[in-house]
Every structure is written in structure tokens, then in C-alpha cells.
Design a binder for this molecule. Structure first.
Ligand code: KG4
Ligand code: ZN
Length: 392
């Protein structure tokens, strides 16, 4: 089965084409166009700007993905009644509609079975562009569409093993815990069975990536702050630079599995304000303790969740797992707890189309005709919320 996955929930325009045969996953084409440079000026992702950029980038990203798969071939223009339907679907995206008529309508229908698209969670203006583009493609190529949850995509990218274009699907041992750490989310999810998701812990305020981005901003570092903090923290460790008074580890000892990061941000704000202009060395010291604080809390809460649910495996997803210190600390935790750890390949941890193509495959029974309306759902949950209760 061949699936085209479309992702536009935040600041990456991404499309991937995969072929799944049993447990084999072949990545036929995979393109990610990041808008980071554009949003960096504003210190964060600007929804209307993201929407405009997705409109501009979707057609070139599609063409690149199809070309990589050897499926970018010319075709005759479609009948006018089909173009009329597309005009209705893309009536709020005039720039995209023009590119669609000009370029996409002249591409030969690729030999694929399904289109999948992120419907949430994410920035609604950004999600709508991807959804409408997916519906327009599905209309012109007469294909069914699968609406996908972005966070499930992050979970699934940890379930493929391989490199380059060839991967194998692996099944985690259940019950499994998924730790989802991204710019918009921080959740601990219990998976008692494949495809069943229950949120057992989550942040009460800022997401972990947001915490990295906001504290980086306080330190005068550019967006996105995560990679920058991580780089400075590495140098601080090499040079033995540290804060005299450590930052707080918020909620580390609370009985539940919830987390909180806004207090850490406030502590950094107050502490740095007192100091005035920071030298590079002070910035490094802060970066190191921010990273350590976040890692301490995440590791402790994950350890508590593993014990509470007698988890057999730990699956990690989301952009923040590109962080080397977190990867190492979670690896250590998994080995101390004698459970399997499933991590995504580093370049699959931040947003991409492959995750949505995989989510499309796993949810192929939910495929619907392109004529059925799809809605963007900015805060689409991955599952229901369950309070922490011990087993047995
Ligand atoms: O999953 P993702 O690509 O987008 C969302 O769905 O939010 O995650 C982006 C987040 C940003 O907050 C970014 O600062 C963070 O992941 N990030 C990192 C690192 N690389 C990306 N945080 C810490 N260390 C990193 N190396
Ligand atoms: Zn994401």
C-alpha cells in the first residue's frame, strides 16, 4: 500500500510518500521545508505567516517528493468540473489554488492508494492549508483521505528501524509508555494495546520545547532555542562552568505524573534580571542548568510512570528528543528499569511527513471519500485523560 502523508501543523511544510508491505516500510520520497528562518525574526511561530508559507511551499514540496519517487510525470489537464470543485475547496487559499491549477493539475495521477493529513493538534490556520490541499489532491486523483493526529505520528516514527529509505515496523511490548516532548506538547501516554492511548501525565502550563525556546529568548539566544541551549550546555560542561545556585526542578516530587515548566522560565527571568547583561560564560551556565532541570524532571516523572503501570517499553516522540542529554538520560533510565526503549531517528524527531504517512497507514480503516468535509482541530487530544492509579 502506498500512502502520501501531508503535515502542516506548525512551521514545517512536509510531504512523504511511503510504501508499506507487511512490516517493510519503504520511503519513496520525503521532503521537509522548514520555515524556521522566517519565524526566527519574531522569536516564535506566527500562525498567519505559517499559513502563508504553507500555501507557497506545498506545491514545490509535493513536486520534490513525487520526483524523488519517480512519479512526477506530465498529464493532460483535468476536466473543468474537477477544477471547479478544487476552486471550492481552496477558495480561501487563492495563492495555493493558482499553483494547483497551474502545476498540480498537470501532474499524472501517481500510483498511490491513500492520502493522509494532519488535522490536529497544531495551529489552526496552518492545519487548514494542509487539509484543504489534501482534499484538493484527493479530489483530482480520486483517492480516499485519512485524518491523522500529529502526536500519534510522533509516536509512530519511533516504531520504525532502519536507515535511508528502508525500514521495518517494530511492535513495542505492551503496556507501553509514550513520552511526547515537543514545542507544543509534553505528555506521558499509556498504551495498553496497540492504537489505544490514554494520557496519564501532562504539563500544566508550558511544553518542554516551549520552555527551551522561552528561556533561550531570555538569555538572548535565537529561535528555536532548544538546539542553542543544548549547544551552550555542552560547552559549559566541557569547561566546568555552572551556576552556584541551581534552578528549581518544578513538581519533581509531586505524587502525580503531571509536569510544569513555567516556573523554571520565571526563575530564569528573575535570576538573570538581577545580574543585568550576561557574559557568554553566564549564558552557558544558565543553559546547562536549564537542560539539567528539564532532564531531571522528565526522567523522574517517566520513572514514576514506568513503575506505576509496570510498563514493558518506553516510546519517545517529539522534536525535543533531538536533545542529546535527554536521549542519554532516558537511555540510562530504560536500561536501569530493564525495559525496551524505542527512539526515533534524530531527523525523524522534528516534524515531518513520514510520521503522517505512517499514521495514515495505521488508521487506514478510517479512510473517507474526499467529498467528506474535514476540520482542523487545534487541540485535538491523543486520548482520554486518566489519573494516576497504581496497578494491583
Ligand atoms: O516536534 P517539533 O518539531 O514541533 C512541534 O510539534 O512542536 O518540536 C520543536 C521543538 C522546539 O521547541 C525546539 O526548540 C525543540 O523541539 N528542539 C530541541 C532540540 N531540537 C529541537 N530542544 C532541545 N534540544 C534540542 N536539541
Ligand atoms: Zn511535532
Amino acid at each position: 500500500m502506498r500512502i502520501l502523508g501531508i503535515e502542516t501543523s506548525c512551521d514545517e511544510t512536509a510531504i512523504s510518500l511511503i510504501e508499506v508491505k507487511g512490516a517493510e516500510v519503504e520511503v519513496l520520497g520525503n521532503t521537509v521545508h522548514s520555515q524556521i528562518d522566517i519565524h526566527a525574526e519574531y522569536g516564535g511561530v506566527f500562525p498567519t505567516l505559517a499559513k502563508r508559507e504553507h500555501q507557497r511551499n506545498l506545491v514545490p514540496v509535493l513536486e520534490k517528493t513525487l520526483a524523488e519517487a519517480g512519479m512526477l510525470l506530465p498529464s493532460d489537464a483535468p476536466h473543468s468540473h474537477i477544477l471547479e470543485n478544487i476552486g471550492m475547496i481552496l477558495d480561501r487559499e487563492s495563492e495555493l489554488l493558482a499553483a494547483f491549477k497551474e502545476r498540480v493539475s498537470k501532474i499524472r495521477r501517481p500510483d498511490i492508494d491513500l492520502i493522509s493529513v494532519t488535522v490536529g493538534p497544531g495551529l489552526e490556520p496552518a492545519l487548514w492549508v494542509g487539509i484543504n490541499f489534501a482534499r484538493a489532491l484527493a479530489t483530482i486523483w480520486e483517492l480516499p483521505i485519512v485524518p491523522c493526529n500529529h502526536m500519534e505520528g510522533h509516536v509512530l516514527t519511533a516504531l520504525i528501524r532502519g536507515s535511508g529509505k528502508s525500514y521495518k515496523l517494530v511492535s513495542p511490548e505492551h503496556p507501553s509508555l509514550a513520552l511526547l516532548i515537543s514545542g507544543g506538547h509534553t505528555q506521558i501516554v499509556l498504551m495498553e494495546r496497540p492504537g489505544s492511548y490514554e494520557i496519564v501525565g501532562e504539563t500544566r502550563d508550558d511544553a518542554i520545547g516551549e520552555c527551551f525556546d522561552k528561556t533561550a529568548r531570555i538569555l538572548g539566544l535565537p529561535y528555536p532555542g532548544g538546539p542553542k541551549i543544548s549547544e551552550l550546555a555542552r560547552i559549559a560542561r566541557e569547561r566546568g562552568v555552572a551556576l552556584e545556585t541551581p534552578l528549581p526542578r518544578p513538581m519533581i516530587s509531586s505524587d502525580d505524573l503531571d509536569l510544569s515548566f513555567s516556573g523554571l522560565k520565571t526563575s530564569v527571568l528573575y535570576a538573570t534580571r538581577k545580574e543585568g547583561a550576561l557574559s557568554d560564560e553566564r549564558k552557558m551556565a544558565y543553559a546547562r542548568d536549564i537542560e539539567d532541570s528539564v532532564a531531571d524532571v522528565i526522567v523522574e516523572k517517566t520513572r514514576k510512570a514506568i513503575d506505576a503501570f509496570a510498563a514493558r517499553s518506553l516510546v519517545i516522540g517529539g522534536g525535543v528528543i533531538a536533545n542529546r542529554v535527554l536521549r542519554e538520560r532516558l537511555q540510562k533510565l530504560a536500561s536501569e528499569s530493564s525495559i525496551a526503549l524505542l527512539l526515533p531517528q534524530i531527523d525523524h524527531s522534528t516534524d515531518n511527513g513520514l510520521m503522517i504517512a505512517l499514521a495514515g497507514y495505521f488508521n487506514r480503516d478510517k479512510a473517507q471519500p474526499s467529498s467528506v468535509e474535514l476540520k482542523a482541530a487545534g487541540s485535538l487530544p491523543l486520548g482520554s485523560r486518566r489519573q494516576l492509579t497504581k496497578r494491583g
